[in-house]
Write a protein that binds this ligand. Structure first.
Ligand code: IVH
Length: 676
């Protein structure tokens, strides 16, 4: 009797958990917009698995817990040559030790070792090469059949299109990711345009791969790390560590670091080391993957329905803390979007003081019933902006206050509007001071005109003193305007005036980016600057020419045209031109005389350059027709090595890549124009 009662109760609970898993799978895999964190999701799955085992103990059949399926319709699907499985994952050291015990039990006295690798939080990809040529890229799909995303993956800069492996077919397994910087830039633009931001870089990568607009995909700067060989029609390697080295030799971007460990205690030390250094990786690492190194044991060890028995993922629990929501303030963005911000009682998370978190938009506050005075759980994953993941309802104080979203702009009092299809409320008064300030901040920022020393506080002071009301005013500033300004002496005034002056000759793409044309980020600004010799030529361009540019397309073309049609924007450009800001394209490029030592060559940079920031060196190389890649492979032509170059330098030496020290780079670039 009691067994019956227990099992029917368990079954109901199991079905409820399966329904929850289905819901979250749909939000995660299909809509790229999860409503719970990975940690919460993993906890639900673990609970479902526990109940499934209990049901089995009661002798009951329990249907399998679904494996996520990312196929989304609208894409052709193809079968993988060998299945793409999931990894068993755990947050517990004990589970990792038990994983090792199971291996020892299965392999008896056969010696084996471990490879410990970063677990990259992106989306799994299967690259099929036939006779050495890139032929197709598939998402994991349901593990057997995946969506064909060859077009999107073709935009990945460092993806080798041909490899020195002439097997009929080889599958390279890896992870597609978007770096933190691009993620933040995309979300900033989305919020400024009234769109819902992506919750994390992984969702952005997943959404991007499934986007049909190639211009948009190209602007997202997708990246790849290859970490395994799937099917191969010929024998390649005998160890996973050899596979990682082989993938590097084939020219694939590969793991920043991996470890080989003789036993599980050693492997655990590697996991800990990985945990302490993961913030330095260019991709977000949510854990460590422990794999048996000897591939010959994979067959014997086999797999469960979902995951192989030769590997396990140990995931780092995200850092969380409970704190008090003291207030909700409103920020007016560059395009007038009003973003609510949570003002928190300061709390330590991932080694930083967290006192603010974005609340994204009015709906988010209302739907989640977030109130001022509430205790909230804040999570910070890596470098990503902190987020409120839960409200502690049971601790809600009696005097907590609902937040009433205002109907008028908190800065200028204009009526707020909500445009169709947007979640954000917007102030449409383009003379609203915070908007001008943010447009100015963007214009002078490192990613745009790069005016050194011209930060937010300088802008605020000059605006308060009525010396700065438009972008053109930056170039009207003179010595007297800084007189009496707090913290400005003769030396600092001269320095900032020099920096402003120097920015008049910045490359054209910087000006285009700085103008803040909707949808035109750094990459697309570079595409436009390559095609047009001056801003005047771009303003006169017809939409068809723009549309046909690689990475631009219909939407962005319309955005550029409408920006320059707007009289206020034309006035800004004319104003800047009259003030001597009218950068032309590099003469060498205009005449197609790109320098032979740069043109068409692939560069990498390592270490610190004494004479310029790395971004400037990239510009120089690109101006002269070269490309800059993040890593060194056998396809790299030149490594520019500054002070303290590490693994890239060793790698370049091993691969026989040409190495230029800073002096040689300067000599080759012969370009004093950028060295201000
Ligand atoms: S090996 C049997 N190695 O994690 C699967 N996967 O949770 C073999 N992942 O689908 C995969 N980093 O997308 C492997 N270093 C790594 C990985 C990794 C991230 C992903 C992969 C997989 C998912 C499973």
């Amino acid at each position: 009797m009691s067994t019956l009662l227990n099992s029917s109760f368990l079954r109901a609970k199991y079905e409820k958990l399966l329904a929850e898993i289905n819901l979250h799978d749909r939000l995660y895999y299909r809509e790229h917009s999860p409503k719970i964190s990975d940690f919460e999701y993993d906890c639900i799955r673990a609970e479902a698995e526990r109940i499934r085992r209990l049901l089995e103990i009661f002798g009951e059949n329990a249907r399998d817990i679904a494996i996520g399926d990312d196929r989304s319709g609208g894409f052709a699907s193809f079968a993988h040559l060998s299945p793409m499985m999931s990894l068993a994952n755990t947050y517990s050291r004990g589970e990792v030790l038990r994983f090792s015990d199971r291996l020892v039990a299965a392999l008896g006295d056969q010696k084996f070792s471990f490879v410990v690798e970063p677990k990259i939080d992106g989306i799994a990809i299967n690259l099929i090469y036939r006779n050495g040529n890139f032929s197709r890229a598939l998402t994991r799909g349901n593990g057997t059949v995946g969506d064909d995303v060859t077009g999107a993956i073709g935009t990945v800069k460092n993806l080798p299109l041909s490899i020195e492996n002439d097997a009929d077919a080889i599958e390279i397994r890896g992870e597609i990711y978007i770096d933190g910087e691009t993620f933040e830039a995309v979300n900033r633009t989305r919020e400024e345009n009234g769109l819902e931001p992506f919750a994390n870089p992984r969702n952005l990568a997943a959404g991007t791969v499934k986007t049909l607009d190639t211009a948009e995909i190209a602007s997202r700067n997708l990246k790849i790390i290859a970490y395994a060989i799937g099917h191969c029609s010929e024998n390649t390697v005998g160890l996973q560590s050899e596979a990682l080295e082989y993938l590097k030799r084939l020219g694939f971007p590969s793991q920043e670091k991996y470890w080989i460990a003789g036993d599980i205690d050693d492997a655990w030390k590697c996991v800990e080391e990985l945990g302490s250094m993961r913030a330095e990786f260019p991709y977000w690492t949510d854990g460590a993957v422990l794999k048996v190194n000897e591939l010959k044991f994979y067959g014997t060890l086999g797999a469960t329905a979902k995951s192989p028995r030769w590997a396990i993922a140990y995931k780092f629990a995200p850092e969380r803390a409970v704190t008090r929501l003291m207030d909700i303030t409103l920020q007016v963005g560059r395009t007038g979007v009003i973003t609510p911000v949570a003002e928190l009682e300061t709390v330590q998370l991932s080694g930083t003081n967290v006192s603010r978190a974005t609340l994204h938009n009015a709906d988010e506050i209302a739907n989640r019933d977030i109130r001022i005075g509430d205790f909230v759980t804040v999570e910070k994953a890596g470098e990503i902006i902190p987020a409120i993941v839960a409200v502690e309802m049971e601790r809600r104080p009696a005097d907590s206050k609902r937040f009433i979203f205002p109907e008028t702009c908190p800065a200028c009092g204009s009526k707020l509007v909500r445009l169709s299809g947007e979640v954000a409320w917007r102030c449409q008064n383009s003379c609203c001071l915070p908007q001008i300030k943010r447009r100015m901040e963007h214009f002078v920022s490192r990613d745009a005109m790069d005016i050194d020393g011209f930060g937010t506080s300088v802008i605020e002071k000059l605006m308060a003193a009525n010396k700065l009301n438009s972008i053109g005013d930056i170039y009207r500033l003179n010595f007297a305007d800084f007189d009496g300004l707090e913290n400005f002496g003769e030396k600092s005034t001269l320095k900032i005036l020099n920096a402003i002056d120097g920015s008049r000759t910045r490359p054209l793409w910087r000006l285009l980016h700085g103008l803040g044309i909707f949808g035109i980020g750094e990459q697309t600004a570079k595409v436009l600057a390559k095609k047009f010799p001056s801003i005047g030529a771009l303003m006169a361009a017809d939409p068809a020419t723009l549309e046909n540019l690689n990475g631009i397309g219909e939407k962005l073309s319309a955005s550029v045209v409408s920006f320059f049609r707007e009289p206020g924007n034309r006035k800004i450009v004319e104003d800047l031109r009259a003030l001597g800001v009218n950068p032309k394209k590099d003469q060498r490029q205009m005449h197609g005389e790109t320098a032979a030592q740069f043109s068409g060559k692939i560069f990498a940079i390592t270490g610190t350059l004494a004479s310029m920031p790395r971004q400037r060196a990239i510009e120089i190389i690109e101006d002269f027709g070269g490309h800059v890649s993040d890593s060194v492979s056998k396809n790299t032509h030149v490594l520019v090595a500054g002070e303290g170059g590490g693994s890239k330098l060793d790698r370049a030496k091993n691969l026989g890549v040409s190495i230029w020290n800073e002096e040689e780079f300067l000599k080759n670039s012969e370009d004093a124009r950028h060295l201000a």
